[in-house]
Design a binder for this molecule. Structure first.
Ligand code: DOR
Ligand code: ZN
Length: 344
């Protein structure tokens, strides 16, 4: 096969940032994707419906004039979130989902949740109104090894929380383990999971062997090869529970290449070429559309995109090594193998 046509994909987990960074990043996603779930971990975070509306306007203003790209906004769940504001913002069509960060789990998560009992009224209201909860699934307990934080979160937090809130629709964001994939795929229609492009490509050796590679560091951190294999099997295996959420998370090179480097891989620019390569290797190119364009809208109860895009296989694709932004250069994720599929 040298040509493949899909419904235009969506990105169900994306960081666009704000200001000069947003200006440079918005076109990178709008070029190939129709919609994206926009993460709210700005400084300060996007907490209220009014803030989401204002951020949405800033995103629209940063888009190239000829794009039909639509940002799908999220609210950042805090212990002070007002259930009525969430339900209203969702009913108005302004907000698509709510994002749960355990406080301290990742970039700009300090305003996240420490005591899960405090957000119970919001979660109950969301279950009632059908508002999806996007979950960063890692415990922050210092005693738990960073490579175990996802599996422990499922046992200690996620499973009890779902049992206590029947009907709550949950997306396990950026799963990185076999445990995460197994749990997501056996959780029934109210449970889904996103998988990033980079977690389909790298394992923890890529970060650490032969010198530390800051551009492969993200959270949740990539795990052992057997976990990467489980993610590839889940993404390419045809389960409707998993879908693409790139977690493309730009940080400037100085902030990545530092004694305390930021977490995040920036993949918006070359994601579709990488995914085609990964799916082709598995003999699963015919399942790329389900992963990138169909399963996400089905979970979010939105129509799939009518527009199509075509990828063509040929000589290695040139993509920029870095995107220049008003806040410094951002390095584009290097999968470590040549890419042959280009979006035409
Ligand atoms: O690697 C990550 N980067 N993981 C996250 O959860 C947050 C993100 C960011 O905002 O940079
Ligand atoms: Zn993220």
């Amino acid at each position: 096969m040298t040509r493949i046509t899909l419904r235009r994909p969506d990105d169900w987990h994306l960081h666009l940032r704000d200001g000069a960074m947003l200006k440079a990043m918005a076109p990178e996603t709008a070029r190939h994707f129709a919609r994206a779930i926009i993460m709210p971990n700005l400084v300060p975070p996007v907490v209220t419906g009014d803030q989401a509306a204002a951020y949405r306007e800033r995103i629209l203003a940063a888009l190239p004039g000829d794009t039909a790209f639509r940002p799908l906004m999220t609210l950042y769940l805090t212990e002070a979130t007002d259930p009525a504001d969430v339900v209203r913002a969702h009913a108005d069509g302004l907000v698509t989902a709510v994002k749960l960060y355990p406080a301290g789990a990742t970039t700009n998560s300090a305003s996240g949740v420490r005591d899960f009992d405090k957000v119970r009224p919001v979660l109950d209201a969301m279950a009632e109104a059908g508002v999806p909860l996007c979950v960063h699934g890692e415990v922050v307990t210092p005693e738990v090894d960073i490579f175990d934080r996802e599996a422990v979160f499922i046992d200690r937090i996620l499973d009890p929380l779902r049992r206590a809130t029947p009907g709550l629709r949950v997306v396990m964001e950026h799963i990185t383990t076999r445990d995460g994939a197994d749990y997501a795929m056996s959780g029934g229609p109210d449970l889904g999971a996103t998988i990033t492009t980079h977690h389909l490509v790298i394992n923890r050796n890529h970060i650490l062997v032969g010198g530390i590679k800051p551009h492969y560091y993200c959270l949740p951190v990539a795990k052992r090869e057997e976990h990467r294999r489980a993610l590839v099997a889940a993404a390419t295996g045809g389960s409707g529970a998993v879908f693409l959420g790139t977690d493309s998370a730009p940080h400037s090179d100085p902030n990545k290449e530092s004694a305390c480097g930021c977490a995040g891989c920036f993949t918006a620019t070359n994601t579709l070429s990488i995914l085609a390569e990964v799916f082709e290797r598995e003999g699963a190119l015919d399942r790329l559309e389900a992963f990138a364009s169909l399963n996400g809208p089905a979970f979010y109860r939105l129509p799939a995109n009518e527009e199509r895009i075509t990828l063509e296989k040929g000589a290695p694709v040139d993509y920029p090594a870095k995107i220049e932004t008003g806040e410094g250069p951002v390095t584009v994720f290097d999968p470590g193998f040549p890419l042959h599929w280009r979006v035409v």
